[in-house]
Design a protein around this ligand. Structure first.
Ligand SMILES: [Zn+2]
Length: 546
């Protein structure tokens, strides 16, 4: 972060850039990126960047400034999961000790050695051993009823007919860390041919397969700049590649890659390489990954596809061919565009006009899933080249002409209610104005309700900053909108108070018009109540005076 006037500047952590457009305003207690539009508070940052929940973000911030959260508050915000994390950590320690001490450990050590894994890699990834037997862990960690209950909650023990037993038995154990280095789950692999080959922790309050990636924490720890991340299927693949010095590898946990996974990956790198078997199942899985990726491919993000020879996995491949061969494999991975067009071209006869027309029909829905931007334009161009067709450009969802005003040169284009909210968020002092016109608050739109609440909050707490105001709302959608308004360039020239009043006056006019319309909708005066007739008379007289 570098100081720039009253603010700080840095390269944006949410998009790829060379010149800093990410600003942090200590005054507003708010960050904003002029490149990608990311914005929010300190809490919002932790939630977006580290994928923390709201209570977790509060806890993290409190800890960072040396504050202990009162436990009753932690409980109000959600269940207190700290004991669960502690228990997972103890379990990871237990498993890794067993790898050294247990009588059966020689077999496990042999297995790892035969796989070419060094002591160092085993320690880096905290690999362990769940010994054979039904209740080793239960006896070690289940010292009282509460802990037994917690062991069950985190999926380390299962129960059947009231009898509890270890979930992981006679397996090599791989702890799964979240981005904050906490153990959230385990993967267990058999050493022999037992089934299932891989067993994962079930979904628990602290573990969600659709969000976690094995090896991401370790990759981020090992590498400063991650130019690309390879997504493989098994934890053995991750550690085997790590053994060969290839550290930018993560594994999904027995699920297809989700949008949540991808968002997480693209936060650490700008290129994701999916690795699949070259067989039919692998190709199908790759296609699914492609579909999930398309809507997330903002400019600067890339996805490629690596297909291994039939029957090989990254683990076997790297052991057979070595590091350099594997790296060159990675370099040759198919760009998403090539994979998309080649797969679709297979379904049509490209030598005929009909076939090429069909390709356009097939490809268009996929290209439309891409966010607007250079990459999408290039995909369209490539489709034109391949098919020889001239593709009518669909109008973008927002008419292009509007972008002319984006820099705030015509702030009047903002709805008055939005502008009033934006002014209030950016200049909270405005709320202390005694002479606010009040007829507008008869309007019952979502916007005016928020404006009313904002004024209310500021009357009670005149010192609140922009950030505190935005965080007041629990609803994510509202918070996002408010965050946007808090960072919109309002191009305020002259007096903010006057502008704020102007907005409220326009709202008043809207309120009157809405009320008038409501009455006028009842066409015949005979349908009106006496009260409504009076309102109508009053409205007409005000209108004349306007
Ligand atoms: Zn940005």
């Amino acid at each position: 972060m570098r100081r720039a006037g009253s603010e700080y500047k840095a390269c944006c952590p949410f998009h790829d850039e060379k010149t800093p457009s990410f600003t942090v305003s200590p005054n507003k207690q708010f960050y904003h990126c002029f490149g990608c539009g990311a914005h929010g508070t300190a809490l919002g940052f932790l939630m977006e960047y580290d994928r923390l929940s709201f209570p977790e973000a509060v806890e993290e911030l409190a800890t960072s400034v040396g504050l202990e959260l009162p436990t009753e508050i932690a409980f109000q915000q959600g269940p207190d999961n700290r004991p669960l994390y502690e228990l997972m950590d103890e379990a990871a320690d237990y498993f890794s000790q067993q790898l050294r001490r247990h009588p059966e450990s020689a077999r496990a050590a042999d297995y790892l050695k035969q796989r070419g894994l060094s002591e160092e890699i085993a320690q880096t990834y905290r690999i362990g051993l769940a010994p054979p037997g039904w209740n080793n862990l239960l006896q070690e960690l289940g010292s009282n009823a509460e802990r037994i209950k917690q062991l069950e909650t985190v999926g380390l023990i299962s129960s059947n007919n009231g009898k509890q037993y270890d979930r992981f038995r006679d397996r090599i154990m791989f702890p799964i860390h979240d981005s904050r280095s906490r153990v959230v789950g385990f993967g267990g692999r058999v050493m022999g041919d037992d089934n299932p080959k891989y067993l994962n922790s079930p979904e628990t309050p602290i573990f969600h397969k659709g969000r976690e990636l094995y090896g991401l924490y370790e990759a981020r720890k090992a590498l400063k700049d991650i130019t690309s991340l390879l997504v493989v299927e098994g934890y053995m693949d991750v550690v085997a590649l790590a053994q060969y010095g290839i550290r930018n590898v993560v594994a999904t946990l027995g699920t297809a890659t989700t949008a949540d996974h991808l968002e997480k990956l693209f936060r650490s790198t700008h290129e994701v390489i999916f690795c699949f078997d070259g067989d039919r199942a692998g190709k199908d899985a790759a296609w699914k990954a492609l579909e999930t990726t398309l809507p997330l491919l903002r400019d600067g993000r890339q996805a490629r596809f690596l297909f291994l020879p039939d029957g090989e996995d990254p683990d076997s491949q790297v052991r057979k061919q070595g590091k350099d061969a594997f790296l060159s494999y990675m370099e040759q991975a198919l760009p998403l565009s090539e994979f998309l067009f080649s797969k679709l071209s297979e379904q049509v006869d490209m030598t005929t006009l009909d076939g090429r027309a069909r390709l356009v029909a097939l490809a268009t829905p996929y290209i439309e899933k891409l966010p607007n931007g250079v990459f999408r334009d290039m995909m369209n161009q490539q489709l034109v080249q391949l098919s020889g067709a001239k593709i009518p450009q669909k109008a973008p969802p927002f008419p292009r002409s509007r972008s002319r005003f984006r820099r705030g040169s015509r702030p009047t284009l903002m709805k008055p209610v939005h502008r009033a909210i934006a002014l209030l968020l950016q200049y909270p002092d405005l709320a202390s104005q005694e002479t606010l016109p009040r007829e507008w608050d008869k309007l019952e739109t979502a916007g005016t309700n928020i404006l009313k609440q904002l004024l209310e909050i500021l009357r009670k707490n005149p010192t609140y900053s922009t950030a505190v105001l935005v965080e007041h709302w629990e609803d994510d959608t509202i918070r996002r909108h408010l965050g946007k308004l808090a960072t919109t360039d309002l191009a305020v020239t002259g007096d903010q108070v006057e502008q704020f009043h102007g907005c409220l006056q326009r709202l008043e006019k809207e309120a009157r018009q809405a009320a008038g319309k409501q009455v006028r909708n009842k066409l015949r005066p005979s349908d009106m109540t006496e009260e409504e007739k009076n309102l109508l008379r009053r409205l007409y007289s005000i209108k004349k005076a306007d």
